[in-house]
Structure formats: C-alpha cells, structure tokens
Design a protein around this ligand. Structure first.
Ligand code: GDP
Length: 321
C-alpha cells in the first residue's frame, strides 16, 4: 500500500452524527488511531442552525471533520417527508462545510449515498455516472441534497484550496441500524419482521415490492474502515464510491435473512409497495485502486447484526427521530 497522504495522529477529529449507525462505527474505528475525538449531541448543537454551528467550530477548533450527520431513511420515509430530507441535509452540509473553512479544517470528508446516481444509470455505477440522467423519484430529495454536498466540496477545493472530499457509500447495515418499520431500510426491516413472526408463530411475512430489485450492501464497520482509508489516502475533486462490489435481489436477501433468523414460514411480496430503483450496484474500482477491500461477508455481517438486534431490542425498536 502507498504511504498515507494525510495522518490523523494527534489531530482533533470531529465526527458529526456520532450517534448514527455510521458515526458510531467511525468512533469504534477511530479508537485505533491516535487522534483526539470530538463529538456533540443534537441537543447541544443543531447543525441546521448556522450561527450555532459556527460558534461551536470556533470554540472547539476541529482539524478533521467527518460529516456523517444527515437526515436518512428508507424508501417510504424519503418519499413521505421530502421537505425534511432536502432542507435538513442541505442545511447541515452548508453549515458544516462553511464553518470548517472558517476555522481552517485540514481535511473534511462528506458522506452521501449511492442514491445520488440516476435511476437508470449503467451498472455498476461509476463516479462519472453522476448527473447523467433523472433521479429515482422516491429518494430524489436526499439525492439532490447530497449532490449539492459533493459540489460544495469541489467548490471549496477550487475557490479556497480546502482539502474537502466526498465518499458515497452503498446501502449500509449493521449494529445501531434503524429498526423502525416505517423509516428503516430493507435489512433491519426484514430482520425485525422475520424475528417477530418467528416469535409470534406467524406463518407469513410481508416483503415490500416485487422482490426483483437488486441491491448491494456493505457492513458499517467495513464502511468506517474505508472512510478512514480515504481520509488518509485520498485527496481529489471526484467523490469516491464505497461498496462491496456485489449485489443480490431483494428476494435473495429476504431468503438469506430468513435463514439467519431461522424463520421457516413463507414470504409474501406486496406489489402495492414501491420497488424503488431496479438496481443499485457501485463500481468500486477507484476505492480498490486506492488499496481498500471489504472484509465482512454479507452472511456473517447479517448474523452479527441479528445478534446485536436480539441483544439490544429495546433500543433498536425505537423509531429514529
Ligand atoms: P432503497 O435502496 O432506497 O430502495 O431503500 P430500501 O432499503 O428502503 O429498499 C430497498 C428495497 O427493499 C426496495 O425495493 C423495497 O421495496 C424492498 N423492501 C422489501 N421489504 C421491505 C421492508 O420491509 N422495508 C423496506 N424499507 N424495504 C423493503
């Protein structure tokens, strides 16, 4: 592997959004680096408020920022709360990026997701597919905000010489995920539904859509490791995809989760619920070239996530605010 471009040693590193699934995984991963971690709860700092955000940066003077704070959610949440998905994400990004520039942050990493790409982008989706066609309507609000985030990083690089980069992870899963059925993504939703059905002796579990869409998944600990790798080994205008490079159908995924949960009943597909994009698989060539590979296989990751869910159900079942 090439020598790092940037070192985290001794740096004040602010993880914005540390209570989220990715933020928490970043804290676990960064505990292995000799850096000083900075975090702040939503009750103490609302990143949607510019003056508050700038005052916090002035006082805390972070040197590295990982922007993992975002309004996130699954297909239904995105589709039903468009204003929140667009406004909250735009406000968080503009406030954090400008505050970071003002205090001279040495490196900033913005997180987005693979839904920035056009609905019918050629698969696997390379970074160059951005803005090549219309977005998937169900998550366009989040996508537009995250595309603006990528452009903000590029603009600040060009105008201010700031080392701000952007990473676009694929669908993530793992401990600390949102298990609320209305707002969650497919893995925690199916895990919870299948677990409850098994416990309740229910014969059938409903799976949304046709089961035909294809999705790629990455364990959040792999994602956190990839993000630290990018901070240390990448500096450039182009955003970088973060994924496993492998996808499967929702029907295959549902069967795999049923196996992990040991649910022996039937799966019933509900075509009344949206399928979303037909396929989402990232081209991870750029990340591979930078020397990073995932380590956690989907089946193992699902087992570990299910164990976490079973051990932390009270917390896991609460709806994310
Ligand atoms: P997306 O990747 O943005 O479409 O987000 P999701 O993870 O919410 O959905 C992925 C796919 O899983 C879609 O085709 C959903 O219709 C399907 N799916 C099947 N059952 C469920 C479920 O119970 N919850 C969610 N969120 N998606 C489901």
């Amino acid at each position: 592997m090439t020598a790092p471009l940037f070192s985290l040693a001794g740096r004040r590193v602010f993880v914005a959004g540390h209570r989220g699934m990715v933020g928490a995984a970043l804290l676990r991963r960064l505990a292995d680096e000799s850096c000083q971690l900075l975090t702040v709860g939503r009750e103490a700092l609302d990143l949607r408020r510019q003056a508050e955000t700038e005052a916090w940066f002035e006082a805390q003077r972070p040197e590295v920022v990982i922007l993992a704070a975002a309004r996130v959610g699954g297909i239904l949440a995105n589709d039903s709360r468009p204003a929140e998905f667009l406004y909250d994400n735009l406000a968080i990004e503009t406030n954090v990026i400008e505050a970071a520039r003002r205090v001279g942050v040495a490196k900033l990493l913005l997180l987005g997701s693979s839904c920035i790409y056009p609905r019918l982008a050629e698969q696997p989706m390379a970074e160059s597919a951005l803005l090549g066609g219309p977005l998937e309507p169900t998550n366009q609000w989040y996508a537009v905000a995250k595309i603006a985030g990528i452009k903000l990083c590029q603009a600040y690089r060009r105008q201010h010489g700031a080392d701000f980069i952007a990473a676009m992870p694929t669908n993530l899963y793992g401990p600390g995920d949102n298990f609320d059925l209305e707002s969650s993504h497919v893995i925690p939703a199916l895990m919870r539904k299948l677990h409850d059905a098994k416990r309740g002796g229910q014969a059938t579990v409903e799976v949304w859509g046709s089961g035909a869409p294809r999705r790629e998944f990455l364990h959040v600990d792999d994602c956190a490791d990839a993000l630290v790798h990018l901070l240390c080994h990448y500096s450039g205008e182009a955003h970088v995809n973060v994924g496993s490079g492998k996808d499967l159908t929702i029907a295959e995924l549902a069967a795999l989760i049923a196996e992990v949960v040991a649910f022996e009943g039937a799966l019933a597909y509900d075509p009344g619920k949206p399928d979303g994009a037909p396929r989402k698989l990232l081209d991870v060539g750029a990340l591979t070239t930078l020397g990073w590979q995932p380590r956690i296989d989907l089946r193992d990751g699902l087992r570990q996530t299910y164990d976490w869910f079973v051990a932390n159900q009270a917390e896991a079942r609460l709806a994310a605010s």
